[in-house]
Design a protein around this ligand. Structure first.
Ligand code: NDP
Ligand code: 2IT
Length: 444
């Protein structure tokens, strides 16, 4: 058995009941096999893979809070501090009822390679809770965030571990979390990113993940002598990543004809009106059905059938494993040319293999959605320097970082004789920097 196969088996045996984590490890190890095989003796001796797949630390805690009826509620919460070889732990916080240790470990593991690809000094981490912000009052969200941070604040810091947003954690939550950190630690520092602009946030962070997805799509299209202009897109989700991916794609001449939330999808043959979508999702926190009630000519369909609509470019920007094999078959049937992952691991391994085998150009999330965390690192830089860059400066840096990521991924895929396999390219390029730093720092 090869070293990578041994490690995968070890991960499955030692982490029972964590399918998402197994899946993320499997995908990465399969890509790394060529690199590992070439250095097998050295890596085995140093226990590189054993260390890579084991988080440096997981903090697990309870979050008690009082709801609007005076009832005490208790949630589970975690921070996975996965790998600090190249910088302080960095990665988002997810508040969603589905959150468990497996999901946060998969996200933390992916984050190691993604953060490495940005070229910036950030290690990998992820955290969150099974708290569901949906339907909660602002006071309930604040009470939860304060209790969550009272405990988490013991383990994070501007040079230690810097969380940010993810599903269910946006500007409102980051504000409450930051306020509580400052109160209990008596330190005003850049301990979180995605902060409001009045208290240390960076311009363009809100847009960064979505814009970055489309900047890399643009690079991919150019590499195929193609462009976004005139193309039809489907963007799944209607949250932070989805809205700004749709915005940039529209700016570059594409037409986004469908978006989703967990209740279903809206189809608008004229192109999604993003002012209306932002009002529904960012201001009212309402359901996507309202879009069809407000925009003539558009329709709402409950459930998951968005895959039945054909398009040139798919940007899945909602959640993990939204594209299974059946969805992948529909996507291929519909003539889709590019599938660029805005979400983390939105495509199952079978679906990924299927679309690639059928000629769809596929860019994995750890490369495509890295613009968010990259801009978080730019926010950290601005906080350390006590300055703020203009929107143009940040956007230009973000654009440059995404172009650079495309080059690294493309180059690594070519170097190992797998030209156009961006899954392998991203995993290999991300791994190379981390393994070099791990080797240099000794057995820690
Ligand atoms: P948001 O909470 O802003 O939006 C999430 C969107 O996805 C909502 O439309 C939501 O619908 C939908 N969604 C969430 N869970 C499910 C589910 N189980 N089934 C169907 N739809 C679902 O999150 P973000 O936009 O921040 O995150 C989206 C994805 O992008 C995630 O995979 C995240 O990890 C990833 N990501 C985020 C980054 C960021 O900077 N925010 C950076 C890099 C990656 P509903 O409202 O109905 O739940
Ligand atoms: O998945 C991700 O990269 C994020 N949710 C953003 C992390 C960050 O620290 O900005």
């Amino acid at each position: 058995m090869s070293y990578t196969e041994e490690i995968y088996e070890r991960v499955v045996n030692q982490n029972p009941g964590e399918p998402e984590f197994h899946q993320a490890v499997k995908e990465v190890l399969e890509s790394l096999k060529v690199v590992i095989d070439a250095n097998e003796e050295e890596y085995r001796k140093l226990g590189i893979l054993e260390r890579l797949v084991e988080p440096e630390r997981i903090i697990s805690f309870r979050v008690p809070w009082v709801d609007d009826q005076g009832q005490v509620q208790v949630n589970k919460a975690y921070r996975v501090q996965f790998n600090s070889a190249i910088g302080p732990y960095k990665g988002g916080l997810r508040f969603h009822p589905s959150v468990n240790q497996s999901i946060l470990k998969f996200l933390g593991f992916e984050q190691i390679f993604k953060n490495s690809l940005t070229g910036l000094p950030i290690g990998g981490g992820k955290g969150g809770s099974n708290f569901d912000p949906k339907g909660k009052s602002d006071r309930e969200v604040m009470a939860f965030c304060q209790s969550f941070m009272t405990e988490l604040s013991k383990y994070i810091g501007a040079d230690t571990d810097v969380p940010a947003g993810d599903i269910g954690v946006g500007a409102r939550e980051i504000g409450y979390l930051f306020g509580q950190y400052k109160k209990v630690q008596s330190v005003y520092e850049g301990v979180l990113t995605g902060k409001g602009l009045t208290y240390g946030g960076s311009l363009v962070r809100k847009q960064a993940t979505g814009y970055g997805v489309v900047y890399i799509l643009d690079e991919v299209a150019k590499a195929h002598n193609d462009s976004i202009q005139g193309k039809t897109l489907i963007v799944t989700g209607s949250g932070n990543v989805a809205i700004y991916a749709a915005e940039k794609a529209t700016q570059l001449g594409g037409k986004v004809v469908a978006m989703t939330d967990s209740s279903g999808y809206v189809y608008d043959p004229n192109g999604i009106n993003l002012d209306v979508m932002k009002d529904i999702k960012e201001v009212k926190r309402a359901r996507i059905k309202e879009y069809a009630e407000r925009v003539p000519g558009s329709t709402f369909t409950a459930g998951k059938g968005v895959w039945n609509i054909s398009c040139d470019i798919y940007l899945p920007c909602a959640t993990q494993n939204e594209i299974d094999l059946d969805a992948a078959k529909k996507i291929v049937e519909g003539g889709c040319k590019y599938l660029i992952e805005g979400a983390n691991m939105p495509t199952t391994i079978e679906a990924t293999n299927y679309v690639i085998e059928n000629g769809v150009v596929f860019m994995p999330g750890k490369a495509a959605n890295a613009g968010g965390v990259a801009t978080s690192a730019l926010e950290m830089t601005q906080n350390s320097m006590r300055i703020s860059w203009s929107a143009e400066e940040v956007d230009e840096k973000l654009h440059g970082i995404m172009q650079d990521i495309f080059k690294k991924v493309d180059e690594a895929s070519k170097r190992y004789g797998m030209e156009g396999n961006y899954v392998a390219g991203a995993n290999i390029a991300g791994f190379e920097k981390v393994v070099d730093a791990m080797k240099a720092q000794g057995v820690v």
